[in-house]
Design a protein. Structure first.
Length: 462
């Protein structure tokens, strides 16, 4: 309601009351809330993208803070970890308008004045904490002066865990009061889960690298004694398959990020349509159909992953092009993320006799080697070309990259067991050895390699 005064000729005034439609106020508030949600969705998206790329914890924290400021438009974002000796939260990464705000800041995890703010409360509760009136909330009393000085009006903190133990928190500051609404709680929780999942993966990867190093040293002597025994071949195949499992889990996690975000947007759209009075059966059917298509795609990803690691008990006839397509479906997201082009040139549609999953494992090992070669050589416009044809009654698959080729002094050694140029933290040296064993010993074929003018070419004949 608005009140407008008009002066009359006699000097008196009259007051006119006008009404502003409540629906326009409600729509304006809804639109503002959608924009705010969009900013947090942008932060969630960049967080997921960072998780896929992160190789260590420091880079993960730094890139998430930077992405939240640059993509989400927040004024300051920082990550703090608990110092077990002092019980204080130490900033380890931040981005945005710090300007001394975090200098000498004292935040405790205990139930004391320094621990009553959003960050300390989120860590103690192992959850999240929102403060939409930072400069008047009694729990943030110790930081009111700094908050006003730096223009902070709202904050949200989410606890970060490592192996289910709270180790710190991510804190987001906004210059807008009452910024964080109830609908953002789910996004904040999802962000906390994603970051904690990444921390667990990085920790597991470090443990895995150490275990691989120990395994490498332990099994070298064993390999020399048993490599002549045919019965040990299947053991090495399984070892290589386990090593590939980490790659596959990362690929599937990457492939699921975008569908999960789309599902979130579909659910959010249903709620907004309902609140705006535009909800109808047509919209419901349309959104349900979209959601089911996404869920079916994700379910198929699980089936592909499960089938890939299921051992082949007996030999069988299988379609080579189908196995190529199955293998590429498991790695295409990571290859696309690294801007690696994959070109498939089939000539004919040969069927061969052997172990289809082991054949796929050979394709995967060669593709992973090409990916790593692109990274080490920093190849401009990386490309892998897969050709399929029949020659002299055999199905021939060639996998060619443009990474510059294999040095001539080691090209004859790459199929040797435990030979690797990647270092102990990136390769075990059994992938190509197992691949040659599968093709030549188990499927009576040939696996060879040669250099071309632009890179390496692996040739599989069965």
């Amino acid at each position: 309601m608005k009140m407008i005064a008009h002066r009359l000729g006699s000097g008196t005034t009259s007051k006119k009351i006008t009404w502003q439609p409540a629906i326009s106020v409600k729509r304006e508030a809804a639109e503002k809330e959608i924009l705010r949600l969009g900013r947090l969705y942008a932060v969630l998206s960049v967080t997921n993208h960072t998780i896929v790329r992160a190789n260590d914890r420091e880079a993960l924290f730094s890139d998430i803070c930077r992405g939240a400021v640059e993509q989400g438009g927040f004024m300051l974002v920082w990550t703090g970890l608990i110092d077990d000796e002092s019980g204080m939260v130490k900033p380890v990464a931040w981005h945005g308008a710090n300007n001394g705000f975090l200098d000498n800041i004292r935040i405790s995890v205990r139930e004391e004045p320094e621990g009553l703010g959003p960050t300390g409360s989120a860590i103690r509760d192992g959850s999240y904490h929102i403060c939409n009136d930072f400069n008047n909330d009694p729990r943030t009393l110790l930081w009111h002066e700094k908050g006003r000085e730096h223009g902070i009006n709202s904050s949200a903190s989410i606890a970060l865990t490592l192996n289910k133990k709270v180790i710190g928190a991510l804190t987001i500051y906004s210059d807008e009061p009452n910024f964080f609404c109830a609908q953002m709680i789910g996004l904040l929780k999802q962000m906390a889960m994603d970051i904690s999942f990444a921390l667990d993966n990085l920790d597991n990867a470090a443990r895995h690298r150490e275990a691989e190093r120990a395994l490498h040293e332990e099994t070298i002597e064993r390999l020399r004694a048993v490599e002549a025994l045919r019965g040990k071949e299947q053991q090495f195949i399984q070892q290589s398959r386990h090593a590939a499992m980490g790659e596959m889990i990362g690929n599937i996690a990457h492939q699921w990020r975008q569908p999960l975000n789309i599902l979130g947007l579909i659910i959010q759209q249903v709620q907004l349509l309902y609140e705006d009075g535009e909800f109808c059966k047509e919209h419901l059917d349309n959104n349900v159909s979209k959601a089911m298509n996404i869920i079916q795609h994700m379910s198929q990803t699980i089936n592909d992953f499960r089938n890939f690691f299921r051992p082949d008990k007996e030999k069988a006839e299988f379609n080579v092009l189908k196995e190529i397509s199955k293998t590429l479906s498991l790695i295409e997201a990571v290859f696309n993320d690294r801007r690696i082009t994959i070109e498939v040139n089939p000539s004919g549609n040969p069927v061969i006799y052997g172990h289809p999953n082991e054949y796929s494992q050979v394709l995967l090992n060669i593709m992973i080697n090409a990916r790593d070669a692109f990274s080490s050589q920093k190849t401009d416009r990386p490309r892998v070309t897969i050709s399929l044809y029949t020659e002299s009654g055999k199905a021939v698959v060639t996998i060619t990259d443009n990474a510059g080729g294999i040095p001539e002094d080691i090209i004859d050694k790459i199929f040797d067991p435990y030979f690797t140029t990647k270092g102990p933290d990136k390769g075990t040296g059994v992938g190509l050895f197992i691949s040659k064993t599968i093709i030549e010993n188990n499927m009576n074929g040939r696996l060879t390699v040669r250099n071309t003018d632009i890179g390496a070419e692996f040739r599989i004949e069965v």
